[in-house]
Design a protein around this ligand. Sequence first.
Ligand SMILES: Nc1nc2c(ncn2[C@@H]2O[C@H](COP(=O)(O)OP(=O)(O)OP(=O)(O)O)[C@@H](O)[C@H]2O)c(=O)[nH]1
Ligand SMILES: [Mg+2]
Length: 220
Amino acid sequence: MHEIAVKTDLLQDNNDAAHHNREHFVEHGVYVINLMSAPGAGKTTLLERTVDALQARHRLAVIEGDLQTSRDAERIARHGVQAIQINTGSACHLDARLIHQHLGALDLDALDVLVIENVGNLVCPAEFDLGEHDKVMVLSVTEGHDKPSKYPLMFHVARAMLVNKIDLLPYTDFDLDKAAKDARAYNIDLTVLPVSATTGAGMPAWYEWLEGRIAKVKGR
Ligand SMILES: Nc1nc2c(ncn2[C@@H]2O[C@H](COP(=O)(O)OP(=O)(O)OP(=O)(O)O)[C@@H](O)[C@H]2O)c(=O)[nH]1
Ligand SMILES: [Mg+2]
């Protein structure tokens, strides 16, 4: 009983902070993505390629969430966009207050798109709204096609699912149709995009999806 009450308070507190973040993003016209996946699914690799593809047309920044180290922020910064690292210590997810604490380091007026790479975890990040416009999740083919059924919340809350590492499909028993069907059982509107962040296969469809969302959210 107490446990339920504490969790409800925690999530309510987070939702209040997320609402506040959203007001900032809307006021400054910044489209914000919360990028989530299990550890190592390829979020940072995907982002490195994405910022290369989009930065000629959009002003981008990235917030990197990790338990420790600033490696992912350093990887992104090498591509010429601002990257802020948040270390959560032992927490398995980012929360809206943590994001708010770091917004001061960004000039939101000088940004079109902000991507927040969450801590690698297939469970906790899905519960915490950060004030983003869209949650996007990455499922890599080496994780297995049973993951939507085993970890449904992540698939339920995402607007798009990138199925990454498709270059490795010949070496796995991953069934793309099954993964997509199971994920859509929790989320009928889910957009499914098979990609390889290392070879670039399928990435143009992801950029097109992003362009559509940026245009819609920013009212262009
Ligand atoms: N074969 C293949 N490997 C990939 C692909 N995308 C990423 N990788 C590899 O997967 C590993 C993890 O990639 P990262 O981009 O660091 O994954 P991440 O999701 O950011 O990891 P965390 O931030 O630690 O959760 C690296 O060795 C990448 O080179 C892909 O499309 N194909
Ligand atoms: Mg990463």
